[in-house]
Ligand binder design. Structure first.
Ligand code: ADP
Length: 250
């Protein structure tokens, strides 16, 4: 589904991504691991159009998407999750979800003026979709809670929920488990697996918690120093000499 070919991202003289090549298979939950500073987040940001690459190519289903801006990728179903921005903290969970869908007729002044009923109907449809998303993620009881009051794990579920309000096909998740308690981590893992199996989402997941990776990901790609070191099952990765050395070296 995604092919990254010889990708470079340099910050001045520093090569954060230094000739990375990899593939993400449709329908997979691909894990991306590697020591701190390996270039994982930078790679995500380049694929998701947040940062322009220095050189190299990214294709999605054979189409060149290198350097496309996030909104263009969004329309192709490629999303990278971001922390809920500070300005959305005072909005409720439901409002945060309802903000997302593209093509709301309410955004368009003319249609808002001429088609008030259509706007109301669309808002009801989006609200129903938000309620369904919260149900799916087991956060329906938090619908009226302000996003700023959520725990780290609940915020992650809301981030995941925001992707479900769109017609996402491939989602890039950065550090899903950081600062999240065990119970919520299990809920997040279940949600990812169900979205993958029941809704056909493809995922690429950066995570430091190896148990989490082992539980939901296959295959796993290991990066170090801006390049892909190894790829395979978690068992293969864990016993790979180069991978062990990269982790020990940090
Ligand atoms: P990882 O996600 O694997 O920990 P990152 O992609 O965050 O790695 O970072 C890779 C390297 O690139 C790090 O050494 C980091 O300091 C550097 N880096 C990341 N973003 C920038 C930036 N905007 N300017 C300069 N250096 C950066």
């Amino acid at each position: 589904m995604i092919r990254v070919e010889n990708l470079h991202k340099h910050f001045g003289g520093f090569h954060a991504v230094d000739g990375a090549s990899l593939e993400v298979a449709r329908g997979s939950i691909t894990g991306l691991i590697g020591p701190n500073g390996a270039g994982k987040t930078t790679l995500f940001n380049v694929i998701a159009g947040v940062l322009p690459p220095t050189s190299g190519r990214v294709t999605m289903d054979g189409e060149d998407i290198t350097g496309l801006p996030p909104h263009a990728l969004f329309h192709k179903g490629l999303l990278r999750t971001f922390q809920i921005a500070h300005e959305f903290h005072t909005m409720t969970v439901r409002e945060n979800l309802m903000m997302v869908p593209p093509g709301q007729s309410g955004e368009n002044l003319w249609s808002a003026w001429f088609h008030r009923r259509a706007v109301a109907e669309e808002e009801a449809r989006i609200r129903a979709r938000a309620d369904e998303v919260m149900e799916f993620l087991t956060i329906a009881h938090l619908a009226e809670e302000r996003a700023g009051n959520l725990s780290g794990g609940q915020k992650k579920l809301l981030e995941l929920g925001r992707t479900m309000m769109t017609d996402a096909r491939i989602v890039f998740l950065d550090e899903v488990g950081a600062g999240v308690n065990r119970t919520l981590l299990n809920t997040i893992a279940d949600a990812i697996v169900r979205l993958n199996r029941e809704r056909g989402y493809t995922f690429v997941v950066i995570e430091h918690d190896m148990d989490f990776i082992a539980r939901i990901c296959g295959p796993v790609i290991c990066m170090a120093e801006g390049r892909v070191l190894a790829e395979g099952s978690i068992a293969e990765i864990k016993s790979n000499e180069a991978v062990i050395e990269a982790y020990l070296g940090t």
